[in-house]
Design a protein around this ligand. Structure first.
Ligand SMILES: C[S@@+](CC[C@H](N)C(=O)[O-])C[C@H]1O[C@@H](n2cnc3c(N)ncnc32)[C@H](O)[C@@H]1O
Length: 367
């Protein structure tokens, strides 16, 4: 091992109330995998077209845009902690401004969303919020009784091979995320007041073009918080060193799917059963002979549900090579990935609660 990246000159980022802003332009350009997964997740949301729906962690609005299109008579609350992401989302959703509220808020804190929304969507975001008990409490409080929560985020085993490659370069920091298991997430959701909870893992190994596209994807999304701890020149070398240790130009994504309903009294007519929640509908059976991926070793079978039929099943193999590589070491200590150290003040913003940034009807509380 020749290249190491010890002694970062910059403090370790913390997401405890402080969120690092994103390079939203770059994210918007390269987040095709997230937009594709988001379309599948959105497909699980039962909508009549007139509801008010919150997109929790809307990013640049690529999935939000698909959501608004499914709500011709409804409204969308586009919430995110990053001003740059919200600005980009506002640009993308320009033709829908009469039906979209933009809210800058931290999902780890009580949500400035009133009245409660009819449904909640979230894609590629929850793993950035460390305290899932608080997250689910906040979501439940912002959702009307009987309302649906449909979400997807990083789950157990997510990017294990990438993190292993980073470790081999001497970077032992596991990142600022939580990649929970389905069972613990189900328990947390139920404790927060959700019912009819379904959670399952979905491997999504994602191939990227080698060279600049793969390096940019890693630098702007997967390893962005690692790079924030390094000087720019070190960051470039770090990304190349990680790429050099990957078995193939592929990111071993594992997604955690969530479908649930907020408990409490709801008018019977509103208690529609979603496709994903019907006893047999929406899921196809995994062939008996199918091999259990090694990243799933140790996980109860119930946590590895078949993919919903609506998924295009983009995973090229039942057992991705990178997952096999990831399986060579014990599964991560889920739920305990917490950064230590101080906040990097200049690169961050501290969110004021309940700041609505744009759109008709948006306001700054207290004004
Ligand atoms: C990978 S992006 C996903 C964006 C979009 N949902 C998509 O699928 O493309 C994650 C988003 O979560 C937001 N985010 C992360 N932690 C957050 C928090 N605690 N509160 C609000 N937003 C947060 C980030 O600002 C970012 O826009």
């Amino acid at each position: 091992m020749t290249d190491r990246f010890p002694g970062s000159p910059r403090p370790v980022p913390s997401v405890d109330g402080d969120l690092r802003d994103w390079d939203a332009r770059t994210y918007d350009r390269i987040a095709d995998p997230m937009a594709r997964w988001g379309a599948d997740v959105l497909g699980r949301l039962d909508l009549e077209g007139d509801e008010r729906v919150l997109d929790a962690g809307c990013g640049t609005g690529r999935v939000t845009e698909q959501l608004v299109e499914r709500l011709p008579r409804g409204r969308v609350v586009a919430l995110d902690g990053s001003p740059a992401m919200l600005a980009e989302a506002r640009r993308r959703l320009g033709r829908f401004l009469d039906r979209v509220e933009f809210v800058a808020a931290d999902l780890g804190r009580p949500l400035p969303v009133a009245p409660p929304v009819d449904a909640l969507l979230s894609t590629a975001t929850f793993h950035w919020v460390l305290d899932h008990d608080a997250l689910f409490r906040n979501l439940a409080a912002g959702l009307r009784p009987g309302g649906q929560l449909v979400a997807q985020c990083g789950g157990a085993g997510n990017i294990a091979a990438v993190l292993e490659a980073a470790r081999e370069t001497g970077e032992a920091w596991p990142g600022p995320w939580v990649f929970p298991r389905p069972a613990e997430t189900r328990r947390r959701l139920e404790a927060a007041g959700f019912v009819e909870v379904r959670t399952w893992l979905q491997p999504e190994p994602t191939s990227l073009e080698p060279g600049e596209p793969l390096e940019t994807f890693l630098a702007a999304i997967v390893l962005r918080e690692h790079l924030a701890r390094l000087r720019p020149a070190e960051g470039r070398a770090f990304v190349r060193a990680v790429v050099g240790r990957l078995a193939r130009p592929e990111i071993d994504y594992v997604r955690l799917n969530i479908v649930a309903r907020r408990g409490g009294r709801a008018p019977p007519a509103e208690r529609r059963t979603s496709r994903a929640q019907r006893p047999s509908g929406g899921f196809r059976q995994r062939p008996a002979a199918q091999r259990r991926p090694s990243w799933a070793a140790g996980l109860p079978r119930a946590e590895l549900r078949p993919r919903p039929i609506s998924s295009p099943v983009s995973s090229p193999r039942d057992t991705p090579r990178s997952d096999r590589a990831a399986g060579a070491r014990p599964p991560p200590d889920f739920g305990t990935f917490a950064p230590s150290g101080q906040t990097v003040r200049p690169a961050r913003m501290r969110l004021r609660p309940a700041v609505r940034t744009a759109g008709p009807g948006c306001h700054r509380p207290g004004r």
